[in-house]
Design a binder for this molecule. Structure first.
Ligand code: SF4
Length: 191
């Protein structure tokens, strides 16, 4: 896996203040992908110990909630081995920190990957331009087909459960006008 960059103190790619790893490589080729150059697996710097060192400095801080994997995607086949090892390392060394992963696959396509043992929240599905209701209308996702999934709850229940925020409310409940409609369309619990 190549890493394009690591953002620090980022507050727009998951709950709280997070580090964001921008992974190189994605094969979904969504129309109007907002990070088209990141589809190329050869850009950036090869993954190595430098990534852990850079993350560890932040993950020791109480105010950092965790790490988000974006890109590109950690689930790109050539990235899976390194990304899984890194997620495992994060959970072993910083168990209170959460891991968010953005992927162009539907959860059902990748539910058997080892990395699911370490992921807290998966934002799944390709970006579909026609399902984007406009800038700012959706929280944490770009188009309405995408879901913000609580992986532990989903694996325990056997059906997709949407993630909740720090207050125990579903992530979209207060500020996403399309939350209830999409939530029910995905056949999740009523809330
Ligand atoms: S999944 Fe994301 S990174 Fe990949 S092509 Fe689609 S929008 Fe771009």
């Amino acid at each position: 896996m190549n890493v394009i960059k690591i953002d620090h103190n980022n507050m727009v790619n998951g709950t709280g203040m997070r580090d964001v790893i921008w992974c190189a490589g994605c094969g979904h080729n969504c129309v109007n992908c907002q990070n088209k150059e990141a589809q190329n697996p050869d850009i950036g710097t090869p993954y190595g110990e430098w990534v852990k060192e850079e993350l560890a400095a932040d993950l020791r801080r109480d105010e950092i909630s965790g790490v988000t994997f974006s890109g590109g995607e950690a689930t790109f086949p050539a990235n899976r081995k390194d990304a899984t090892a890194l997620m495992k390392w994060i959970k072993e060394n910083f168990p209170m920190k959460t891991i968010w992963v953005y992927t162009g696959y539907a959860y059902e396509q990748i539910s058997d990957l080892e990395m699911m043992n370490y992921i807290d929240v998966l934002v799944d599905g390709p970006y579909i331009e026609e399902l984007n209701p406009g800038r700012g209308a959706l929280k944490w996702r770009g188009s309405r087909n995408q879901r913000v999934i609580d992986i532990k709850a989903t694996r325990a229940s056997g059906s997709v459960i949407w993630a909740k925020d720090f207050n125990g409310k579903y992530i979209y409940q207060n500020d996403d006008p399309l939350f209830l409609e999409d939530h029910r369309a995905n056949n999740c619990c009523e809330k």
